[in-house]
Design a protein around this ligand. Structure first.
Ligand code: CMP
Length: 143
């Protein structure tokens, strides 16, 4: 077990449904610390670049349109096994398959509009954090 950092996004549907506080409450209750956070309106090129790994997937265009349909809140979460912990809190990508009590089971409308994004591994976490935050944006917790 190790202290990790991971990138989390409250997606446009989560912001629209006023779930920012509820999502943060779940992170904090699970012992994850928010060490950087910002609300942004993604542009087309930025959303395309962030999801470039899905470029060939049939849902890519719809995914990009959805991600630019309203503001998102991006944050860096830190804590013991933060990458896996965040994935447990979010639940499976498809809300129909997400475990009871997870964010997606409780609030997601569909496999696409699924409220939150979280990095899926250490390399992705490093790249996704750097996509949104400079090192100087991250505030180590000293108390
Ligand atoms: P996310 O975890 O951000 O990673 C890719 C996103 O693509 C996913 O959440 C969904 O919002 C979206 N998506 C839409 N359709 C699918 C699909 N069939 N499989 C996986 N992801 C999908």
């Amino acid at each position: 077990m190790a202290i990790e950092r991971t990138l989390s996004i409250v997606k446009p549907d989560g912001v629209q449904k006023n779930l920012i506080g509820e999502v943060y409450r779940r992170f904090e209750q699970a012992g994850l610390r928010i060490v950087a956070a910002r609300m942004i309106q993604l542009g087309q090129a930025q959303a395309e670049a962030f999801y470039a790994v899905h470029r060939e997937r049939p849902f890519y265009r719809d995914l990009v349109s959805y991600m630019i349909s309203g503001p998102v809140v991006v944050q860096v979460l830190e804590g013991e096994s933060a990458i896996e912990r965040n994935r447990e809190i979010m639940g499976a990508t498809d809300p129909k398959k997400a475990a009871k009590g997870t964010i997606r089971a409780d609030f997601a409308a569909s496999i696409e509009e699924n409220v939150v994004h979280g990095s899926d591994g250490p390399d992705t976490a490093r790249n996704e954090i750097a996509f949104f935050f400079a090192q100087s944006d991250i505030c180590p917790r000293r108390r």
